[in-house]
Design a protein around this ligand. Structure first.
Ligand code: BMA
Length: 340
């Protein structure tokens, strides 16, 4: 039994590989057969990366960022029995409007998938006269109904919390520009109905540490634990040879998640393997989802690698929470409520 409790459903078939012997300091380890999705995985799709998966009806389901052979990103549905080997649909997800008419975004990338109550939400980046947040809901993974754009452009990296907090839906986002954004902090917004958004709060600034000194952005949907919301996010540094994306970890207050309780000053995963260092965009580890088992405390982290592949990594709730707490360095802007 873990000492930190994950507050969600058991997922006894969570994908898993034991910590490699000899790995001492790192709290996270990679799946030995990475990448789990290679190049040209589906007809018409050159690369799949930055994708989100979750348990569904005893198996697994996911929404995948597919870079089509015309270079335009779109979202594809995929299914898996073991959350490692994926069958991705050849057809793009056919989003519809409230009237049931086809209503496709011009492009769609970096999807997250979150279940709140009985509904599954896909949140992604799309064109709304510039890069902005797209949202759709489904209850059966057959009909995907788009909601109104929640925010003005420019914004990316939106992640919904998996339950309402104090009666409202809560969304993390990262205001940006419409290009390769050389700045960025994580903010939070609330909504009673997923239509009207407000009560905006600042959550976390880019960090003092060099690996996250340029910008940060939400990653996987926060995991509810007895210590707070465990958030895997991405942190970016600028080098003379371009951006480098690493994975960071933080723990947010359960009832007031704009307050950061702990924030790890070390990255927890940074590009090291060939599939992270080499690809369409080198040096990118971009987390978008976890599958976690409340009973065993096992956590599988899904991340995009080098804008070319999907990677899988593992950790355990006690190990990751201890590591974040032991190496925590929070700033005054992290720990304040986030109103000015
Ligand atoms: C960001 C997003 C991600 C991408 C990353 C690295 O701005 O577009 O989709 O993985 O850049 O290229």
């Amino acid at each position: 039994m873990s000492k930190v409790k994950i507050i969600s459903q058991p997922v006894p078939n969570v994908p898993w590989q034991e910590r490699p012997e000899g790995l001492k300091d790192a709290p996270v380890w990679r799946y030995s057969e990475n990448p789990i999705i290679g190049r040209n995985p589906v007809k018409g799709v050159a690369r799949i990366f930055n994708s989100a998966v979750m348990p569904y009806e005893g198996e697994f389901i996911g929404v995948f960022r597919g870079e089509q052979v015309n270079g335009i990103p779109y979202i594809y549905l995929g299914r898996s029995k073991d959350a490692i080997h994926w069958e991705i649909d050849e057809e793009k997800i056919n989003f519809v409007n409230e009237k049931g008419e086809t209503f496709l975004p011009r492009y769609a990338y970096d999807p997250r998938l979150v279940k709140v109550e009985d509904t599954y939400y896909i949140i992604w980046c799309q064109d709304f006269y510039g890069a902005a947040i797209g949202m759709a809901k489904t209850t059966d993974f057959k009909t995907f109904t788009r909601l109104e754009n929640p925010f003005l452009p420019f914004n990316r990296n939106a992640v919904l919390f998996p339950r309402k907090i104090n009666g409202n839906y809560v969304l993390l986002s990262r205001p940006s520009d419409s290009g390769h954004t050389p700045f960025g902090d994580i903010f939070l917004s609330e909504s009673p109905d997923l239509v009207y958004w407000g009560k905006h709060r600042h959550v976390m600034s880019k960090g003092n540490e060099w690996w996250q000194s340029l910008k940060i952005g939400g990653g996987a949907a926060p995991i509810e634990t007895s210590e707070g919301w465990l958030l895997f996010y991405h942190g970016v540094t600028g080098t003379c040879n371009g951006y480098v994306y690493s994975i960071g970890g933080a723990i947010l207050d359960l009832e007031q998640p704009s307050i950061v309780k702990y924030r790890c000053e070390n990255f927890i995963l940074t590009p090291e393997e060939w599939y992270e260092e080499h690809g369409f965009v080198p040096n990118v580890c971009f987390p978008c989802a976890t599958i976690h088992d409340a009973e065993s405390g096992k956590i599988a982290i899904y991340y995009g690698a080098a804008d070319s592949y999907v990677g899988l990594a593992f950790t355990e709730i006690d190990a990751i929470v201890d590591y974040i707490k032991e190496n925590s360095s929070v700033t005054s802007t992290d720990t304040e409520i986030g109103i000015r």
